[in-house]
Design a protein around this ligand. Sequence first.
Ligand code: GDP
Length: 296
Amino acid sequence: MLDNLTQRLARVMKTLKGEARLTESNIADALREVRMALLEADVALPVVKDFIAAVKEKAVGEEVIGSLSPGQALVGVVHREMTKLMGEAHQGLNLAAQPPAIVLMAGLQGAGKTTTTGKLAKLLKETQKKKVLVVSCDVYRPAAIEQLKTVAAQAGVEFFPSSPSDKPEAIAAAAVDYAKRHYFDVLLVDTAGRLAIDAEMMDEIKRLHAALNPVETLFVVDAMLGQDAVNTARAFGEALPLTGVILTKLDGDARGGAALSVRHVTGKPIKFAGVGEKLSGLEAFHPERMASRVLG
Ligand code: GDP
């Protein structure tokens, strides 16, 4: 069992009792511990470097007040900076659009897009009383369309059927038209993912985005990807004007370093966290709690 960051810092900063101020030299060892803790939590190296630089800038010169030890003061700075980097407060979905509000789900195959589409549908239906339609534009995997149909039934929302012989944009246009004519509040559009980033997939989702003009474009990413989440996030962030991120599989062992990396790379808020395979396993993402998890 690894020691948490607070314990580690207490150890390296023991020698500093009575110091009234954090200085570059008295926090050097502690920053090395912070760096190690972040790497162990699977935060990508370039992100760790930027973060450490930011913490150093904030910490140096900080007064150690009252009963705090220098170690505690530094933990405070680290925690604050991390919460800030993760986006301060929870941000929900933006559905402020002429109905139907269109939400486009993007991400690699296996990230959890279809499951998350079902989770969001259930959440919007149950907590916001929205009339929700879901559609799959994954014309390559008939099983994916079937999976969304099953998930929609479980969520108690309507499923718009799609045929693998149609083009994704045509399916999307038909779903929008249907949603308008039947007064749906929200249309959730599930898309095809590949096992790795490829140009064809990116072109397709860009075309879908242009055709749909969604109010939310959500990047769904598996927290277990750890450091690899960075490259995926960068590719999707460059291809699409993302409005938010959903980090899945946080119920697993992942320490959550991917959260910091993805946020840093895309600059977009992580809006929800997937915490289980069931449709009830979706939670609002809270930066402060995530900071505690990453720091251990
Ligand atoms: P897609 O290919 O992106 O549509 O991914 P799926 O929705 O099919 O999900 C891939 C796998 O991840 C499935 O076995 C899901 O049950 C599982 N999954 C999705 N989200 C979560 C989550 O938050 N926690 C866990 N433990 N499993 C998840």
